[in-house]
Write a protein that binds this ligand. Structure first.
Ligand code: APR
Ligand code: PHB
Length: 392
């Protein structure tokens, strides 16, 4: 079966779904192909920090109602080190900007519901997606759906299929330059059914390693701790997880509430960028072309920022034939990508115990850096403006 559309989008994560919605608003046809089931993508637990710019865009797109009802606006964050907490006041330091805590899977749920509402083509459980002819003026996406071989002829292919997708691999060898760093630690993340122990996020530096207190709702706490990248989940029974969290977060007058752990996972820490973000009629966005360690809470926000630039370029191309914005897509996005890579690398380097720090020299430097960030208005402003989202 052969069909035609203007933009073939591979992947129904934040990048693919936001792009699909923006294009719909611009009157541009698109088809979204996703190889997992709807239930799977809507239940996949990921991070949950939305920059001011992402929040504003979701509202502008008309998919922000539930986020506004259920999302939690945070006007600051705590940095905890040396057993003491220090608040970074985003609103005061950035002229009123803040973040919103709202799970990535909730954003995905809202976008899928909106797309199905306006009848936007979205196929789940597609198999064997093959981008072809991306160097021609008429690329094609071949795939199987419900055991039927199908062909989607497009003007443009948007590769929004994440780090392990097929689109980046469709770029001929040698055409991409890859920059990668694997960090010598990972994050053990849990979701616990207990009221959060703090109204805001706590980024904690401790001799035993990093820990993060985050949340999903007044009943759900999200916690992370630095672990060895080769650790297996069964080497972390509940008692050991809670004992480690209590030790790392320890400070006078505060305690961490425990509750049933309903979800857990170990996430490797990687910094990754492939350049350029475009090859022929294939445009790559989000995790398909860059990965940031989660310490800066930037993954989702960077994916949304990419497709915002791409949608503007596609609107100009389809309405006037002018490809200038599309030609600038990669360079425009890479400026933000590398700013964000730097911020995520900086936060990760400042807050995690380095396994090779045998004499504690790095830990001393980290504590001095944290003290500077929390005592210098210039340094805390730098953290705040990066965290709420750079206005590039
Ligand atoms: N065919 C179709 N769909 C695919 C394929 C494929 N071959 N491979 C992957 N996908 C789908 C995945 O199932 C997923 O739903 O592409 C989607 C990619 O979504 P994400 O991985 O969420 O990537 P992105 O939309 O770029 O969002 C980045 O996601 O992983 C987090 O931390 C990351 O927050 C960041 C955000
Ligand atoms: C989360 O809430 O899952 C979260 C928050 C901040 C981060 C990473 C993840 O830096």
């Amino acid at each position: 079966m052969s069909e035609r559309t203007q933009v073939g989008i591979v992947g129904a994560g934040p990048a693919g779904l936001v792009l699909g919605h923006l294009l719909h608003g611009m009157g541009i046809e698109a088809v979204v192909l996703e190889d997992r089931s709807r239930e799977y993508v809507e239940r996949r637990i990921r991070a949950g920090v939305l920059e001011q710019g992402t929040v504003d865009l979701l509202k502008e797109m008309g998919v922000g109602a539930r986020m506004e009802r259920e999302g939690l606006v945070h006007e600051g964050v705590e940095l905890r080190f040396g057993g003491r907490g220090h608040r970074i006041d985003f609103v005061a330091l950035t002229g009123g900007r803040a973040i919103t805590i709202y799970g990535q899977q909730e954003v995905v749920k809202d976008l899928i519901a909106a797309r199905l509402d306006f009848g936007g083509p979205l196929l789940f459980e597609v198999e064997d997606v093959r981008p072809e002819g991306i160097e021609s003026g008429s690329p094609t996406l071949r795939f199987r759906h419900e055991a039927v071989e199908r062909e989607l002829r497009c003007d443009i292919v948007a590769g929004c299929d994440g780090h392990h997708g097929v689109c980046r691999d469709a770029v001929p060898a040698g055409a991409l330059t890859v920059h990668q760093r694997d960090w010598p630690f990972a994050w053990l993340g849990i979701l616990a059914e207990v009221a959060p122990s703090s109204d805001e996020l706590i980024y904690c530096h401790s001799e035993r390693g990093f820990a993060l207190h985050s949340l999903r709702s007044p009943e759900l706490t999200r916690l992370y701790l630095q672990c060895d990248p080769y650790d297996e989940l069964d080497s972390w029974p509940d008692a050991r997880i809670w004992e480690e969290l209590h030790t790392r977060f320890a400070t006078d007058g505060w305690s961490l509430a425990e509750g049933p752990i309903v979800e857990r996972g170990i996430t490797p820490m990687r910094s990754f960028v492939a350049e350029p973000m475009q090859h022929g009629r294939l445009y790559l966005a989000g995790d398909a072309v860059h990965i940031v360690p989660p310490t800066g809470a930037k993954g989702l926000n960077l994916a949304v920022a990419d497709v915002r630039v791409l949608a503007e370029g596609l609107e100009r191309f389809f309405s006037t034939g002018d490809q200038s914005l599309l030609r600038a897509y990669s360079d425009t996005c890479l400026r933000r990508v590398w700013h964000t890579q730097h911020f995520s690398w900086w936060m990760t380097s400042m807050l995690h115990r380095m396994p090779d720090d045998h004499d504690g020299f790095q830990a001393k430097l980290q504590l001095a850096q944290l003290d500077y960030v929390c005592s210098s208005p210039a340094a805390s402003t730098s953290l705040a403006e990066n965290y709420v989202g750079l206005q590039l």
